[in-house]
Design a protein. Structure first.
Length: 308
């Protein structure tokens, strides 16, 4: 693509760090999902269903890889203004979907363990296909978010393969952490982890938004391509460590257009406000009134919470 922030690919270390952090964050989300499902089946003495969980996970991973390859390599085969328009539209779609998923996880994090276990309990009754489908969608949701983030992120690295390497390293690290969490070898403050990495993803998405807007301006779809908000190119060293970090991770340009700058600020302010505002606790269901004639019942045991 021709709208690289610095004109060349960022440093290898920058590409590895940015994509690696995305892989760690998204991989850990998916790993926690798999851990909850696997722990539930083990505690319920239904290890026979684990193979359907792993099959669903495998299909989800294959789907995510296919999405990434189709979008990334599909757009790389197109040149000229058409390529800019395609890249711009793909970036805006990626930002929209990632934003929805990040905000959804903010609310769902509190009840994800309970919801997954309840879903698996129903799936076990329905049969193997239901178990496979539950695992597929649970992991695929996180995977699609990762693929979309990486498409927008990798567009700024001049076709380099290092972002993919960093992503894979991050996913491997997430898998190791997930295993250690499962066996109780390490403890992690999930609330803080997902809060700070969520902020990071929002800033990354804002950069992808700016990238997409600039691509559409170059393609003639959006106006204002020559109206610059500011231009610090003379005093800005794009090849320096800070230049490669800002360009490689956050898609920063030293000469953004007015529309880019306004969109970036509005997106960050609005989405961070929605993401950081307190989450209201779910309202408990009213207890059924007790009657003297009702027989006393003993509640069936439930598996212990794997993730609080």
């Amino acid at each position: 693509m021709s709208v690289l922030a610095a004109g060349t690919a960022p440093s290898i270390a920058t590409q590895l760090f940015g994509s690696g952090l995305i892989g760690l964050r998204e991989g850990l989300e998916a790993g926690i999902v798999v851990m909850i499902l696997a722990a539930f089946l083990v505690k319920a003495e239904r290890k026979d269903a684990l193979k359907w969980v792993w099959l669903g996970v495998g299909i989800a991973v294959a789907m995510v890889a296919a999405i990434f390859l189709v979008i990334h390599y599909g757009t790389s085969t197109v040149t000229g203004l058409t390529a800019e328009v395609i890249a711009g539209v793909a970036s805006l779609v990626a930002v929209a979907i990632v934003t929805v998923m990040v905000l959804w996880m903010r609310k769902a994090a509190r009840t994800i363990s309970h919801d997954l276990k309840a879903g698996m309990e129903k799936a076990l009754v329905a049969g193997p296909i239901a178990v496979l489908t539950l695992a597929f969608f649970a992991v695929g949701r996180e995977g699609v978010e990762t693929a979309l983030l990486m498409v927008g992120y990798a567009e700024n690295t001049a076709g380099s393969a290092w972002p993919l390497v960093g992503l894979l390293l991050g996913i491997v690290a997430a898998a190791i952490v997930t295993v250690l969490l499962y066996f109780g070898a390490v403890r992690l403050d999930f609330a803080k982890f997902f809060k700070y990495t969520g902020i990071f993803l929002i800033i990354v998405a804002a950069g992808i938004l700016g990238y997409g807007i600039h691509a559409l301006q170059i393609g003639g779809v959006l106006p204002g391509g020559s109206a610059l908000a500011f231009d610090i190119s003379d005093g800005y060293d794009a090849s320096s460590w800070y230049g490669t970090v800002l360009a490689g991770i956050f898609n920063f340009r030293p000469d953004p257009t007015v529309l880019q700058a306004v969109a970036w600020v509005v997106y960050v302010v609005v989405v961070l406000f929605l993401f950081l505002r307190p989450v209201s606790a779910p309202t408990p269901a009213p207890a059924a009134p007790a009657t003297d004639t009702a027989p006393e019942r003993t509640a069936s045991p439930t598996p212990d919470e794997t993730v609080s």
